[in-house]
Design a protein around this ligand. Structure first.
Ligand SMILES: O=C(O)CCC(=O)C(=O)O
Ligand SMILES: [Fe+2]
Length: 254
């Protein structure tokens, strides 16, 4: 795809596609310079590069009051930091949010929970040896009954690749949905819809090797994984986009 439009988003939400790639969504030169700054920040941080992501994803803070508080508190500072590091160019996350807003009839904005804005666009460093096992990302499986987030019809995972691995680190996705009903029986074994064995999935998968600056969106109801990075490292700006109806804003969070 050359750019985002309503049709391509709708088709991805409806699973007419399982993945969409927008090559060079963020200028590769800007991507390289931004990832350089982000690597440096991590190397300079106390303890020297122990963290892989600048903040916890929502999944990680769900059960911990203190981390949850911190998560909400950094929502806006996080956007501002990326803006500052990207200057004089626009932040890749801002560009994405604008592209979604312009493409979708209901617009797009940050997801809120109990009136508080959620962070969108966490930067993630994937070191040599790291991988993500097959999983799904489904917000309503992670929030409790008491949560007041909008019920989403469908959810996308969005990643902008600021730097890519020399070997490995492909995004792999399957044309295979594990329904909420089927997941109920798997919940105890695969907490967080994470770690499905490949033997449970179809043999055929789609392997995406992103280039620097690419935006790749996947429907996260489909099982997907990140192949192990065997050489080099990769840096992504990562988030989710929820659909709660064409006339409703897309909700963005990480
Ligand atoms: O880093 C990637 O390529 C994909 C990560 C992922 O699982 C997601 O965005 O849902
Ligand atoms: Fe995922």
């Amino acid at each position: 795809m050359e750019s985002l439009d309503q049709q391509v988003l709708a088709d991805l939400f409806d699973l007419k596609y399982i993945a969409v790639r927008v090559p060079g969504f963020y200028d590769p030169m800007y991507s390289k310079s931004l990832s350089g700054l982000l690597y440096q920040e991590i190397d300079d941080s106390a303890g020297g590069g122990i963290y892989e992501s600048n903040i916890d994803s929502f999944w990680n803070v769900m059960k911990d009051e203190e981390r949850r508080e911190r998560y909400f508190n950094v929502a806006l500072p996080l956007q501002q930091r990326l803006r500052r590091l990207s200057a004089p160019y626009p932040s890749p996350v801002d560009l994405l949010r604008l592209a979604l807003d312009e493409a979708w009839p209901g617009g797009a904005g940050l997801m809120t929970m109990s009136g508080r804005k959620m962070p969108f666009g966490i930067t993630r460093l994937w070191r040599t040896g790291s991988e993500a096992l097959p999983h799904q990302d489904v917000l309503h499986r992670e929030t409790g009954e008491e949560d007041d987030t909008v019920r989403l019809v469908s959810q996308l995972g969005v990643n902008i690749y600021l730097d890519t691995a020399d070997e490995g680190g492909e995004l792999e996705t399957w044309d295979h949905v594990i329904t909420d009903e089927a997941y109920e029986d798997l919940r105890d074994e695969y907490e967080g819809s994470y770690g499905y064995p490949r033997s449970m999935l179809p043999e055929e998968s789609l392997l995406i090797s992103p280039e620097v600056g690419d935006l790749v969106m996947v429907n996260t109801m489909c099982a997907h994984a990140v192949r192990k990075i065997t050489r080099g490292r990769r840096m992504t700006v990562s988030g989710f986009v929820g659909n709660s109806g064409t006339d409703q804003p897309l909700r963005c969070w990480s």
